[in-house]
Design a protein around this ligand. Structure first.
Ligand code: PLP
Length: 414
């Protein structure tokens, strides 16, 4: 029987296979209906313009307050030019993993440049930071070891830890007493090596990890410190080198992305001591078994780091925008989570209110996203707004008056 006939037979509801398949799809449909009934179904808006401060959605031009485009580089001419030139010089795709025939001169140049930018010995590229975090634990830690993870760490860190054989410990978000208790537990359980894993910035709240305290505890208990700095690299700390540079402390291992402030396209990396990077190059599965980054992305990554290192003006603008935005929203009567990060969460608490507010804001020309369970805890629904350096005062004033209007229209503000 040919394969096509096989499929036709499967399609026939009377066969055993047909019944199984239909029961399978029925369960999937029930699952989807439940997600919908809980008000948790996510629908994607179709953007027909480049990612930018203002985007074209459904024929309308709206102010975008939900991209990770912190420095506004996602449509920057310098990066587009670098990417275009690389396609001409170095081609479109690599059609290989790195170790077979997928490493061009530019891949090593970017790894060296990233390491220098982050003050680390070397770095290794991945398709995404999700892959980098999936790659970093398993080759470095065995069953005799321990990994201690902040409860609010990014999903990719949680998944990466699941893939390694080390004993797992978890501490309440930024709770240093709990971290110390877990360090003590890991030591008394006889751990050979201990790694502490934390986000540099917790992206739902915009809170920075307490790196000086974490570093001191890591030193006291002889632990290795791993920091995922996705929401900091490029705009936090001197020259945008991230949260360790901001606090003046060292992370032993850093992971990060080119998909946020550094151009916003794609690409992840791990930076750290030479032997760590060397071992990852031998053993990290998402590196060994997945395609090399394409030349355009690599060249634009190099151009992005050059641009970002010298972009104090953009960082100042970003910080001024965040201050202006925070004080404007506070004056209008909204409840914010405190801080200085360009992530500015507007607390609505209730998921339906967050959805209604986001929908009304869109009608008023402001593109934001409501965040609710399971992304944030129940009762802590919010609209997460994000500033970028290219928003003008006029953009921010327009967005502020839309927020005030939407707040009144949805009954949130008196
Ligand atoms: C965005 C993000 C990631 C994933 O990065 P990608 O390169 O998009 O896969 C990982 N960790 C944190 C903390 C992030 O914010």
């Amino acid at each position: 029987m040919t394969r096509l006939e096989d499929w036709n037979r499967l399609d026939h509801q009377e066969t055993l296979q047909g019944h199984r398949r239909s029961a399978f799809l029925d369960d999937i449909r029930a699952n989807l209906s439940q997600i919908e009934a809980d008000g948790l179904y996510k629908r994607e808006r179709l953007i027909s313009s480049p990612q930018s401060t203002r985007v074209q959605v459904g024929g309308r031009n709206v102010i975008n307050l939900c991209a990770n485009n912190y420095l506004g580089l996602a449509d920057h001419p310098t990066l587009i030019e670098a990417a275009t030139k690389a396609m001409t010089d170095h081609g479109f795709g690599m059609a290989s993993v790195r170790f077979i025939c997928g490493t061009q001169d530019m891949h090593r140049a970017l790894e060296t440049r990233l390491a220098q930018f982050l003050s680390m010995e070397d770095s290794i590229l991945f398709a995404t930071c999700f892959d980098a975090n999936g790659a970093v634990f398993e080759p470095l830690l065995g069953p005799e070891d321990a990994v201690i993870s902040d409860a609010l760490n990014h999903a990719s860190i949680i998944d990466g830890i699941r893939l390694c054989k080390a004993r797992r410990y978890r501490y309440a978000n930024s709770d240093m007493e709990d971290l110390e208790a877990q360090l003590r537990a890991a030591r008394s359980d006889g751990a050979r090596h201990i790694m502490i894993a934390t986000d540099g910035v917790f992206s739902m709240d915009g809170y920075l990890a307490k790196l000086p305290e974490i570093r001191a505890l890591a030193d006291a208990y002889d632990a290795v410190l791993m920091v995922d700095d996705c929401h900091a690299t490029g705009f936090i700390g001197p020259k945008g080198a991230g949260t360790p540079a901001h606090f003046g402390v060292n992370a032993d291992i850093l992971t990060g992305t080119l998909g946020k402030a550094l151009g916003g396209a794609l690409g992840g990396y791990i930076a750290g001591p030479q032997p760590v990077i060397d071992l990852l190059r031998q053993r990290a599965r998402p590196y060994l078994f997945s395609n090399a980054l394409p030349p355009a992305i690599v060249a634009a990554g190099l151009a992005a780091i050059d641009l970002v290192e010298g972009a104090d003006d953009l960082r100042v603008q970003l910080s001024e925008n965040a201050q202006y935005w925070r004080s404007g929203l506070t004056e209008a009567g909204f409840e914010l989570l405190p801080g200085e990060h360009p992530i500015v969460p507007v607390m609505l608490h209730d998921a339906h209110k967050a959805q209604a507010m986001a929908a009304r804001l869109f009608e008023l020309g402001v593109y934001v996203a409501g965040f609710f369970f399971p992304v944030v805890p129940k009762g802590k629904a919010r609209i997460r707004t994000q500033m970028n350096a290219t928003l003008t005062r006029a953009d921010l004033d327009e967005a502020l008056s839309a927020f005030a209007q939407a707040g009144r229209d949805t009954g949130l503000l008196g």
